[in-house]
Design a protein around this ligand. Structure first.
Ligand code: IPD
Ligand code: CA
Ligand code: CA
Length: 263
């Protein structure tokens, strides 16, 4: 298999899916809830995932697909060629703001990340990587991240973790947000990962992400030297939900050691 052909194909279907999603604003978007009232899904999330599955199966029927909406057969292992797809990351932004939502895709061969994509659908901005060959923001190469001091860092974090909660010591989180230069919260994990790999944020922390939220982003991260782990500092797991941090390498260890205390 020539990875460049797969990369070319992936970009074509991502751009086409993006156009279909933008066109969807001119007709009916049906919103439903999933696990809880704040966990949204729409007919467009599902239709986009089906679009990817159909295209990939046409491209190579032996490829397997793990999609958030479970519209395909799913996977039982990461053996062979596997696509990990979040058709719309930031569905709440899609529904409410009509912007700030991403298509994100990771392509793995025998469990090793080979191609990663995060596509800002409304801006038509693509962050992507070919494992071992580099990462790009549209046509410009993304450079290795330069060291940053925590006091100068801008980090992505959801406000929930700074209030009392059952997952982390929020007092330590308060220390963290008082230490850094600034915080941001965009409502799309993939967007925040894209911002870290391109130096627009210096870290992003989340208490619960799924393989499709991070699959594409972790492949891009490796190419620019960003470190992505769970909050115990262990490698990201592609099978289950887990905590997550992606950070500039100069502050990853410091954040985990001094500011994260899981309950
Ligand atoms: C969600 C977004 C959100 C993050 C959630 C994800 P979805 O993905 O990335 O920013 O905080 O944990 O589930 O449901 O919009 O694809
Ligand atoms: Ca998601
Ligand atoms: Ca999604």
């Amino acid at each position: 298999m020539d990875l460049r052909d797969v990369d070319q194909f992936a970009k074509e279907i991502i751009f086409e899916a993006g156009k279909r999603i933008r066109d969807a604003f001119s007709y009916d978007i049906k919103v439903e809830t999933k696990a809880d009232a704040n966990d949204l899904v729409t007919n467009i999330d599902r239709e986009t995932e089906i679009f990817f599955i159909d295209k990939i199966k046409e491209f190579n029927p032996s490829h397997k697909i793990l999609g958030e909406e479970g519209m395909g057969e799913g996977i039982d292992s990461f053996e062979g060629s596997v696509w990990v797809i979040d058709p719309i990351d930031g569905t709440m932004n899609f529904v409410k703001q009509h912007r700030h939502f991403m298509i994100t895709i990771g392509f793995f061969v025998d469990g090793v990340g080979k191609l990663g994509y995060i596509f800002d659908v409304m801006r038509e901005d693509l962050f992507c990587a070919i494992g071992g060959e580099g990462a790009w923001y549209n046509d410009s190469p993304l450079r290795k991240l330069k060291p940053v001091r925590l006091e100068e860092a801008v980090i992505g974090i959801n406000a929930s973790w700074v209030a009392p909660n059952r997952r982390v010591n929020h007092e330590k989180m308060i220390d963290l947000i008082r230490t850094v230069r600034g915080t941001r919260s965009y409502g799309s994990a993939a967007m925040e990962i894209a911002f870290v790999v391109s130096g627009k944020l210096d870290a992003y922390i989340s208490m619960r992400l799924s393989p499709w939220d991070i699959g594409g982003g972790t492949i891009i991260a490796r190419e620019v030297g960003a470190i992505a782990t769970n909050l115990k500092g262990e490698p990201c797991n592609l099978f289950t939900q887990d905590t997550f941090i992606i950070a500039n390498p100069s502050i990853h260890h410091e954040i985990l050691t001094n500011y994260i205390e899981e309950k």
